[in-house]
Design a protein around this ligand. Structure first.
Ligand SMILES: [Zn+2]
Length: 333
């Protein structure tokens, strides 16, 4: 039998230990213009990305469900898995638009109350009505839309100890309320992940943290239904030296790997002036040297001095990542 002349050969040499790093790109743009959206997704896919993150706001689905369905389908048609981020739900998570949670606005009794009796503009996750609403939303999205996973973006830490009637009833010892807040936050995030898996056992769950919350990873990584722990290594946004990218990145990857979860490190390719843009390559190489399971970044995201240049640079950098689907090329190509 003759050997085919177009047998695959390896053209890329993977960086040691980093074989098969996945790429995720956040797409925080409207889905209303299908032709534009399709071109964008083709471009994202061409970088070797396997997934997008799309952030939904609460009011969006009520007003343009067809655009949402069509847009997310276009992503899957382009070969991209879709991870849905619950933008500012209950004001507990981050989101691309600075809009308050519609749920919290309409259910002011669900808000966190501090020791002085002052209300804060976030829903208390110990309220059963808030939890059941959130879980129903997740179930609805997973059942109705083409979605491969749910991403929780920068969950609010236990910075404000809640003294609401629900928390007081669950934790009668006032002196223990602060620790209770922390425990119940991990418990809540665990239930969010469990809810996702209950609806769709194949759906992936991701929680992305700020560097200041890296300390939460040890507890989060014990959650059985959590697949991926991410971290936003935004050196420029937090006025840190670019070398912090490697430091943060390594500690995240190390902790997450110990618990056999996947790690996802985010590159800050937004909010960059000329100087920030010059540091982008250095930030990227440091991120890569931490050897995460996934590299994540943004498609034309906000406030760059030169948006086109930043995206072109991002594409160049992403090509340096060894990827499974690009390892094999035919000789005839
Ligand atoms: Zn409370």
């Amino acid at each position: 039998m003759n050997v085919s002349p177009s047998l695959p050969v390896i053209l890329f040499t993977p960086i040691a230990g980093s074989e098969g790093m996945d790429i995720t790109v956040a797409y925080f743009h409207p889905l209303l213009h299908p032709e534009v959206v399709k071109q964008d997704f083709d471009q994202i896919r061409a970088t070797g990305a396997g997934s997008i993150v799309y952030a939904i706001q609460e009011q969006e689905e009520q007003r343009w469900p067809r655009d949402l369905e069509r847009g997310l389908r276009l992503a899957q048609d382009a070969g991209l898995k879709v991870h849905l981020s619950l933008g500012r739900y209950g004001n507990l998570f981050a989101g691309p638009s600075l809009v308050p949670s519609w749920y919290t606005f309409r259910h002011p009794q669900s808000r966190v109350m501090d020791r002085h009796g002052r209300y804060h503009d976030i829903s208390c996750y110990n309220h059963e009505s808030f939890r059941s609403w959130l879980f129903k939303e997740i179930e609805h999205y997973l059942r109705v839309y083409p979605i491969n996973g749910i991403l929780i973006d920068e969950p609010r830490g236990p910075d404000v100890t809640c003294f609401c009637s629900v928390c007081r009833a669950l934790c009668p010892d006032v002196a223990d309320l602060q620790r209770f807040r922390r425990r119940s936050m991990i418990d809540f995030l665990g239930e969010v992940c469990a809810c996702v898996k209950q609806v769709d056992a194949h759906a992936k769950t991701t929680i992305v943290l700020l560097p200041q919350d890296i300390g939460q990873i040890e507890e989060l990584a014990t959650l059985p239904h959590l697949d991926t722990v991410g971290c936003h290594l935004f050196w420029q946004l937090f006025n840190e030296d670019v070398t912090m990218v490697e430091e943060w990145g390594r500690s995240v990857v190390e902790m997450v790997r110990r618990h056999e979860k996947r790690s996802q490190l985010w590159l800050q390719n937004f909010n960059l002036d000329e100087y920030g843009e010059q540091q982008l390559e250095s930030a990227f190489m440091q991120l890569l040297s931490a050897e995460p399971d996934e590299v994540a970044c943004y498609y034309y995201w906000r406030n760059n001095v030169d948006p086109t240049s930043v995206w072109q640079m991002t594409r160049v950098l992403l090509r340096r990542i060894p990827r499974r689907q690009l390892h094999w090329h035919t000789l005839s190509n």
